[in-house]
Design a binder for this molecule. Structure first.
Ligand SMILES: Nc1ncnc2c1ncn2[C@@H]1O[C@H](COP(=O)(O)OP(=O)(O)OP(=O)(O)O)[C@@H](O)[C@H]1O
Ligand SMILES: [Mg+2]
Length: 252
């Protein structure tokens, strides 16, 4: 459940002579694994995620989710972007149950799920609030709740905490670790923050640009559960040095 497999995937925007966003990407994520994609702007991170989400097609190669070919978006893959695209006229509760309603899930089922998920992301007290009344971090938690309420087999996150201040970002990272520990959903997490990638992931895949490809796949063997304290673990610093060295070579 939640396995992801890219085989020899390429993506060219704009036809022949266009931008080669991805070249020969071979990439596998196992059930329940947390993988971070790290790399400089323009190296193809969002392209890879969007292909898996079914928002765009690959130019070549094969993309599989739980063994099936990916052709379009689906509730089995929950997507979270930098800005939670909440419906501004609906309160938190209605935003969270919107997806399951549209999918025709039975009311008692989605209500129970929504209550549980809102509790996990710490928003039980804010079900009546409108998006405009929430902080950026709270809006992002609603965005995560909206994805999780569909019980996706994988969570695809594209710089989900990129717009948050450092303090909120840390608490959201801890929240995500907690959620993942509880639900064991497969996570593909795009970031260009090295600390964030190491803190969260089982593996950090470093990408390089022109053409976009995965240059290193580094298992992060730090013990779990992890927390802010992990950031000062000597082993953490070791991983950081290794990844920085790899990224410094990213332009050559
Ligand atoms: N819709 C598009 N049309 C044309 N070119 C595109 C399109 N989307 C992305 N590209 C190009 O593909 C390459 C990879 O873009 P992508 O958005 O995947 O990078 P990224 O790693 O997510 O960067 P960032 O960290 O800035 O979000 C870039 O050169 C970009 O200009
Ligand atoms: Mg991007």
């Amino acid at each position: 459940m939640g396995t992801i497999a890219f085989s020899n995937v390429s993506k060219i925007y704009g036809g022949t002579g266009g931008v080669q966003a991805l070249a020969e990407v071979d990439f596998h994520i196992g059930e329940g694994e947390f993988v971070a994609l790290l790399g400089p702007s323009g190296c193809g991170k969002s392209t890879l995620l969007n292909i898996l989400a079914g928002f765009e097609g690959a130019t070549g190669g094969d993309v599989r989710f739980d063994g099936g070919g990916v052709t379009k978006p689906g509730p089995d893959r929950g997507v979270v972007f930098q800005e939670a695209s909440l419906l501004p006229w609906l309160n938190v509760w209605d935003n969270v149950v919107f997806g399951p309603k549209v999918q025709g899930i039975a009311k008692p089922v989605y209500e129970e799920r929504a209550r549980r998920i809102l509790d996990i992301v710490g928003l039980s007290q804010f079900t009546e609030a409108l998006p405009v009344q929430l902080s950026g971090g709270m809006r992002q938690r609603v965005g995560i709740a909206r994805a999780l309420v569909m019980e996706p087999r994988a969570l695809l996150m594209d710089e989900p905490f990129g717009a948050l201040d450092a303090q909120t970002r840390l608490s959201m990272q801890e929240l995500l670790l907690d959620v993942w520990q509880k639900l064991k959903t497969t996570v593909l997490f795009v970031t260009h923050d090295i600390d964030e990638a190491i803190l969260l992931a089982d593996r950090v895949c470093v990408m390089k640009a022109r053409p976009g490809r995965i240059s290193r796949d580094i298992p992060i063997t730090l013990p779990r559960p992890r927390s802010i304290d992990t950031l000062t673990d000597p082993a953490f610093v070791g991983f950081k040095a290794e990844i920085m060295a790899e990224m410094r070579g990213a332009h050559h």
